[in-house]
Write a protein that binds this ligand. Structure first.
Ligand code: TNX
Length: 511
């Protein structure tokens, strides 16, 4: 073949001709409606301003923070623009259909107009806008090149209200900055909830003022015997605020009545025999249980749930409930009957692993399904009673499952989960007796038995998290692996620019 003249790659073509390497239909999660208009591309310039309508300042400043490092442009946030090139963020006057979390985005030659009914909606629109720019927009230093926004219009809103990621900071502790990095990574896929697994057998990770040894003693190690750690209440509040600045609500989990060895090691009185067990750094599960018939157990939980609730602005607190193999079934029910009202007393609603379904929690509680097959009578019965179900089937949604037998990280008790497996499931048909309107949403849990660094987190979460985010956000009708894998491939250069160490699955033709 004769050598082709001209730029060799799409990105180069973009640089030379001001064309775009991606369009409005390439976005992940797929929007509800997207109409490309190649003649309507808009280019950022040193003169571009960000116009923030009333109430849109915070999102406008966030957008500015995203666009400045790579462009080097000033991009001032202004309340009025004078007809020059602008990205305009406006609250209100959006199409009815966008609801409380959706947005409308229109790119023309003259600028970008983003509208939503809420700042959450604007924030989601900003994440879309980001993907209409070249992937180099995520570089941390100035790149000299054209910054063309793909032209067209988008109308978008989520399928489910709960779009979650969970991070297990108990098995291995992750410092506040590490969690913030993950928050930034997940926010770009319109995840709106971060569930923090704050206490387990190997570590207690949040300061409780009325029971200080939980953190200072129970937090001092982790799986493998490293030094562990915990969040002070100030650090936790700062994390919650950081998440809120990314329009993400934190759901704190205190696992109980099992997965409690760190607490029992910290306070002898929490054990039926009054003897504190040693701290544990192995990965066995199902051996620990709080003492169900001691009053002190409920005094302890009242204190913990009071403090955690007071630190948490979100409406949900997760009370764990999984794998309580060391608790007798009748004791488990006794325990749940006593603990669930404490959560209500402190003004919170309950989430918990689906094991809590058999205790018939109030209809406002959200059991989180983590099973691997499509039949679970307790969960179906809860749905029939009115509970919404959060879907995290382990063989699909667990980010800690190995991709294949050669994956250097992860476990495989629920099977190997390649990128296609993680994408190919439907939360509204996975479980018998749980249909679309009974699903609260989707959460992708990342357990950390084998994970130590942010690179480890990234390698397990990406690319799979993008698939779960798409399942939670995009209309079912857009679900299609063949088109998804092409859109997903285009995320690769973005992750590279962001420094995300993702798994280059052979199922995707990465650029
Ligand atoms: C099961 S899933 C657990 C966790 C483990 C995880 C590892 C669930 C509710 N409990 O304690 O970390 O498997 O994949």
């Amino acid at each position: 073949l004769p050598a082709m003249a001209g730029p060799a790659t799409a990105a180069e073509a973009d640089r030379h001709q001001g064309k775009t390497e991606r369009g409005v239909t390439d976005v992940v999660p797929a929007p509800v409606q997207a109409k490309a208009d190649a003649r309507a591309n808009f280019s950022l310039s040193p003169h571009t301003v960000i116009r923030a309508g009333k109430g849109a300042d915070q999102v406008a400043e966030y957008l500015r923070g995203l666009l400045r490092p790579a462009t080097g442009y000033r991009l001032p946030v202004v309340s009025k623009s004078w007809g020059g090139p602008a990205i305009s963020l406006e609250l209100g006057h959006a199409d009815q259909r966008v609801g409380t979390e959706g947005y409308q985005l229109k790119v023309t030659r003259d600028g970008v107009s983003l509208r939503a009914n809420t700042t959450d909606g604007l924030f989601s629109g900003v994440q879309t806008l980001r993907q209409l720019l070249p992937s180099a927009i995520d570089a941390k230093t100035v790149q000299h090149r054209a910054w063309t926004v793909a032209g067209g219009s988008i109308l978008d809103y989520p399928r489910f209200g709960y779009r979650g990621a969970m991070l297990d900071v108990a098995r291995h502790f992750f410092a506040p900055d590490q969690v913030k990095a993950y928050i930034d990574q997940i926010a770009q896929y319109k995840i709106n909830t971060l569930h923090l697994h704050l206490a387990d057998d190997q570590g207690w990770r949040i300061e409780i003022k009325s029971w200080p040894r939980l953190a200072t003693y129970g937090g001092q190690t982790q799986v493998g015997g490293g030094k562990g750690g915990y969040y002070t209440q100030e650090q936790y509040k700062d994390l919650v605020a950081y998440a809120a600045s990314r329009h993400i609500t934190v759901v704190p989990e205190i696992d109980m009545p099992g997965h409690t060895n760190a607490a029992q090691a910290s306070y002898a009185e929490l054990n039926c025999d009054g003897v504190a067990p040693p701290l544990r750094t192995d990965i066995e599960v199902g051996y620990s249980s709080l003492c169900i018939n001691k009053d002190i157990t409920y005094k302890f939980l009242d204190d913990v749930l009071r403090e955690v609730s007071a630190l948490t602005p979100g409406k949900y607190v997760n009370i764990g409930g999984d794998e309580a193999h060391a608790t007798k079934p009748e004791d488990y029910l006794t325990f749940e009957k006593k603990v669930q009202p404490i959560v209500a007393k402190y003004g919170k609603l309950i989430t918990g692993w689906h094991d809590i379904a058999k205790s018939q929690p109030p209809a406002s509680a959200i059991p989180q399904f983590w099973g691997t097959d499509g039949v679970n009578a307790d969960v179906a019965a809860a749905a029939a009673r009115g509970n919404k179900i959060l879907m995290s089937p382990a063989n699909k949604a667990y980010l800690d499952m190995q991709y294949n037998k050669d994956s250097p990280l992860g476990l495989h008790w629920a099977g190997y989960v390649e990128v296609k497996d993680a994408y190919d499931w439907d939360p509204s048909t996975f479980l018998q007796g749980v249909s679309e309107s009974q699903v609260a949403g989707v959460e992708a849990p990342l357990w950390s038995e084998t994970l130590v660094t942010n690179d480890n987190i990234e390698y397990m979460a990406f690319p799979r998290l993008a698939g779960h985010a798409e399942i939670a956000w995009s209309p079912k009708a857009t679900h299609n692996w063949d088109t998804y894998r092409v859109r997903l491939a285009k995320q690769g250069p973005r992750w590279t620019a962001q420094g995300i160490d993702f798994y280059r699955s052979p199922q995707v033709d990465w650029k």
